[in-house]
Design a protein around this ligand. Structure first.
Ligand SMILES: [Zn+2]
Ligand SMILES: [Zn+2]
Length: 264
């Protein structure tokens, strides 16, 4: 294995993770722009598990909170509130803090119930990452596997930071919202960089009509073979906020879900 080939493999794995993130976590689960066939749903979840070990419910909850409180103090990762460079480089920390706050998932992802696969398999993040690394180790040897894993993860986190930081700070705003469009970010994130178009029509399966929305092209390809069913919608931001807030409330009030602090 050579260094250039290792970098290509890491980039390719990172792009696969970006496909699952934008098509499945973002467009299908968070905004319900499409329904995913159960077999593909399982493939997406397995891919997330072995490439990133991410919890789909946490991702959905944090991103819905971002849409509801965009660039307000409650926004999990607003560059207007926290500074563009901080969000760019510490995006993962901001994400983790909100994702692990008691009540976040129960409030914002209450419609996504953990099933058998979630409880028994995908909740064990380190097992998934371990399986991914072992598979890479068989193919390329343990040292290259570790190198590819680190580069892929760093690239994925950095590109997510680019969307959350740069796409609320630099770039064009063709629609009247605080997000921006950046083609080069879109080209590297399967379309996520067309963020201004996305904030304007969050329930649309396509992020505007840009060529650089590769996630939109992939969605259309999956729809053509009936692996996803797109629910076209042009409803704007306010309606999206209302949709999330009007979902059935959890049986237990959010405040009561937080574990009480142990008394010393
Ligand atoms: Zn945004
Ligand atoms: Zn979104």
């Amino acid at each position: 294995m050579s260094l250039p080939l290792a970098l290509v493999v890491a980039f390719a794995i990172s792009q696969v993770s970006n496909v699952v993130t934008t098509v499945y976590l973002h467009r299908a689960l968070t905004h319900r722009a499409m329904t995913v066939h159960p077999s593909l749903d399982l493939v997406f979840r397995f891919t997330l598990w072995v490439t990133l070990g991410l919890s789909r419910r946490q991702w959905v909850a944090v991103h819905r909170k971002h849409h509801i409180f965009t660039d307000q103090p409650e926004d999990p990762h607003s560059p207007l509130q926290r500074g563009v460079w901080k969000v760019l480089f510490f995006n993962a920390g901001y994400y983790r803090k909100v994702a692990r706050t008691p009540g976040t998932v129960e409030t914002y992802a209450r419609d996504i119930k953990p099933d058998w696969w979630d409880r028994k398999v995908f909740s064990h993040s380190f097992c998934g990452i371990g399986i991914g690394l072992v598979a890479l180790g068989f193919l390329f040897g343990p040292l290259w596997a570790a190198f590819i894993g680190v580069v892929h993860t760093a690239l994925y986190i950095f590109l997510g930071g680019c969307v959350n930081a740069l796409n609320h700070h630099f770039g064009k705003r063709p629609n009247a919202n605080s997000a921006t469009n950046l083609r080069w970010v879109a080209a590297l994130t399967m379309g996520e960089g067309m963020h201004n178009d996305h904030h304007e029509f969050p329930r649309s399966a396509a992020f505007g009509k840009s060529f650089w929305d590769f996630g939109g092209h992939i969605t259309r390809a999956l729809a053509s073979v009936r692996l996803v069913k797109v629910h076209e919608s042009t409803r704007r931001l306010r309606q999206e906020q209302l949709d999330v807030l009007q979902q059935p409330k959890p049986a237990t009030p959010v405040a009561a879900m937080a574990e009480p602090e142990p008394v010393a």
